[in-house]
Write a new protein. Sequence first.
Length: 439
Amino acid sequence: MVDPDGHLFLSVGLCSVNQSHFSDARLKESFGTFAKWAEATVAMLKSHAFNSLGCWSDWQDINEVGPRMPYFTRLNFSLTYKKRRDPKYGKKGFQNQCMPVFDPGFETYCNDRARRLLATKDDPWLVGHFSDNELPFRPNSLTNFLALPATDPGYQAASKWWEDRRKTLGKAEDDIDTRDQQAFITFLADRYYSVANAAIKKYDPNHLYFGSRLHGRNINLAVFRAAAAVDVVSVNYYYSGPREKKQMEQWLEASGKPFLVSEWYAMSVKPAKVRQIRGAGYRVKTARERGLFYQNRVLGFLENPGCVGWHWFKYAGQEELSHRGVVNGDYQPCRPLMDIMKTVNQQVYPLADYFQKTKREGEFQIQDPTTGYDHHDPANREPLTKGRVTCDREGAAQSNLKRSINHPARLPNPVVTAREDKNFQPYISVIRDHDINTR
């Protein structure tokens, strides 16, 4: 991305920079006023090299009272339309996990809702807009739409689409396979993104459209193929494993558009309470391990030329059994998580330049801001012991380091199963603990 001054901009952001986890009494006790909290919070974020307010942030109130930060808005076209849907079209909500985007009234609704963008269309601090959050582009969408009542516009659109397709392919009416499902998802997503983009660009032609924050099973290449109407594809990306690099490459190839990792995190939990914790983030034991997870994954994002940023979820989130925020219940930065985040955040531009221009395998360095280290200078190819990328102490003393992933071998029978053990994450992170010299 390019900022209003013509410089490269990678969005390093936090979601939910707001007061949702704090009482009015705690705010008053700690800062006195919202304005003082906003000023202190923006200063804290900038001091740790965060440069964006992600989704669910109180961007309007923050930017009105304190130093400004780049921000994103969310319009919730489908998520609000489903509650206001005219009964003559069908039931409210996402019946059969089907978005009512084929309703004649959907375009009008999006157009009316997008009028609010006139207020910010000339704001240079605005990066762009999310049109929704985590919509159901289900793998079996065609089957779901064909199961709607015959009077539903969604059924009618799917029925006509399937009739035309099956006749072209010479298929029977009930002969729906994966390729048909995928093709219909692309048709569905194209309809949604085209309507959303038209509404957004009508009232704000100056900023970027970041799509709908794909998630889970809806992170589907069929959706990426329908991304012509978006400027950047946003993905709430919680998977992290051997296929991550390949998946991101496939996104770029399928869409031809850059992507933003709009939500992701690791939470620290009490080991004995793991099964009681809800949330999509990875589970680790300590704040330090959360920081190491952040650093390692950011390096993977930067290796892909299509990634234009990432937003950690979230600002606050300390609970009795877990912690997923970057500040604690007293508004204080969570250490050492934030220190580790800062180390890599300060170097995102040299790192991006390294990955995309030098293409040198191994010999990976990270700039030390206190010494002005220049990663272009061959004389500076020795690893740093200060401000280094995540590596163990023994490795930091060696030269010509290489970053690699050891892919785990799949066992013939699973040791942990999803349904019985309530574990839905296929991989675990293995981190060296120097204090006890083990992994």
